[in-house]
Design a protein around this ligand. Sequence first.
Ligand code: BF8
Length: 631
Amino acid sequence: MISEKTIDESAKPLIDKAKKDKVEIVWDRFEKQGNNCDFGKLGICCKICNMGPCRLTHPSLPLHLRVGPYATKAIKGVCGANYDTIAARNLSRGIAAGAAAHSDHGRDIAHTLLLAAEKKTSGYDINDEKKLMTLAAEFEIETAGKDKHEIAKELALAILDEFGTIKNRLQFIKRAPRVRQELWNDLGILPRGIDREIVEMMHRTHIGVDNDYTSLILQGLRTALSDGWGGSMVATELSDVLFGTPKPVMSKVNLGVLDEKMVNIVVHGHEPILSEMLAEAVEYPELVELARIEGADGINLCGMCCTANELLMRRGIHVAGNFLNQELAIVTGAVEAMVVDVQCIMPSLGEVSKCYHTLLISTSPKAKFPNAEHIEFDEARGFDIAKEIVKLAILNFKNRNPNRLSVPSNPVNMMAGFSAEAIIAALGGSLTPLIDAIKEGKIMGIVAMVGCNNPKIVQDKNHVEMTKSLIKNNVLVVETGCSAIACAKAGLLLPDAVDMAGEGLRSICKPLGIPPVLHMGSCVDISRILVVAASIANELGVDISDLPAAAAAPEWMSEKAISIGAYAVASGVYTVLGLPPAIIGSSKVVELLTGSAENYVGGKFAVESDPIKAAKMIMEVIKDKRKGLGI
Ligand code: BF8
């Protein structure tokens, strides 16, 4: 067990308070786990069929699992699956689950756009007409003589078709450099349909179907590509159409954004559909008045995890924290309601909220929680449901226990809102100044820092240390998800943070008034990073794999992060993970993903838990790529 749990100053006193209040939180449960399952860590256990669960012996297992009554002598599963098949199957199923989560989120946004276009919703409409028209042109939708709702309906239907399309090629793939599209096609990993790749991955990993580890991993990459260049890109683009394309915006971050004197509502999860309505509802005059009548100074809406990032990017709404902060928000005793939708929501929240007065409200028909009140969301009544939830939170204000109240002070200022469009606007209308700065060596390269928190690593430490090291070496860092929130809490998402950057990077960011670390949004918004990378590659007439660029997920934990890593690698990007995936038991799968993958797709994985060493590894790759480009 690590002795230090977090570098987040707003979280530290609340971890102590949880202990004092006798509330079990994530680090307590992590400690109770003891050592993780040794077979599981190596990826050599299989429970895909009921002849098992099977587990294989391995030289790196502890002695008591190799010799004696608890040992296994098996080097194959009952069906005959070997180390490579089992490890590749397990990893590929993780990719399919991650791709499914991102893509189902994308489908929900597309469905909301369809309902909004048909005027069957309450509260939703087309916000960014320019983006609507750009996407309509991309999907070859005739727009002449049609109003925005007709166009939006056709676009929503065309995009919903991407999930099960019989075209055999996702539309957004055309955004990638032509050489990359050809490479995917030649390798047989060009994604054909979003749902199709996920379903085929599940089919192939059923007992007795695809048993060749290379074949499994290649389909894993295709499935991941259907996420990055498919489901996630759909989620991002259509959220922009509905709610607006982000522009630079100032905000505040950490658990100190909760306000002792206000009704605090925390939105947590991923989809912006309900949270956008809540953002409207907290400003509804009758509800603001009700909050005053109930004795509060007002209503304070803030966010957790990627729902936070969605609201932050478009509205500047304050961010309470990232993945490991979710229980601690309730431990403040100041949260009247935590409203959750889907993904990365700990099942423990109901238990924790019972120890305080917090109402945990689940809203998605797909995600129900023990000890939560379920108020099902319906786009047709979006605004009314949001008002109902806000009212419940206000009426819960009086139930606070003043003796259990403790809100940290000193939230940190931050700047966010860097969509691809906002970056281009900040650069004066094109990517050329950025490309010139890269050519001149003022900016050595670009690194995408993404992914989660994980109690195996001191919260935020690796995100922050790695980012600091990279900007010092004149690398522009672009971030999403919990990584962006981690660095925001550390003050790296402020224009003043250029003082921590190398001279070259500083010389570019300072006159533009932008931070050296750009917040590009939620995890589905990694698709924005793909768009920027593809645009730079297209501008230079090269492939993405030729760019001085890399990715890192230093504290990853979710299956979505596995899918993200896989589509980054399949897009040609060197990707460093802070923790190994469960494949170590198969030397062949390890070699494929960290070695020969580069020969296939131009990108590969590396694993390094030391953030400074990981940054150094990335700098070496960036220098090599620069050499390759002759810059
Ligand atoms: O999708 S970074 S812990 S919140 S999975 Fe989850 Fe990981 Fe955070 Fe956003 Ni992404």
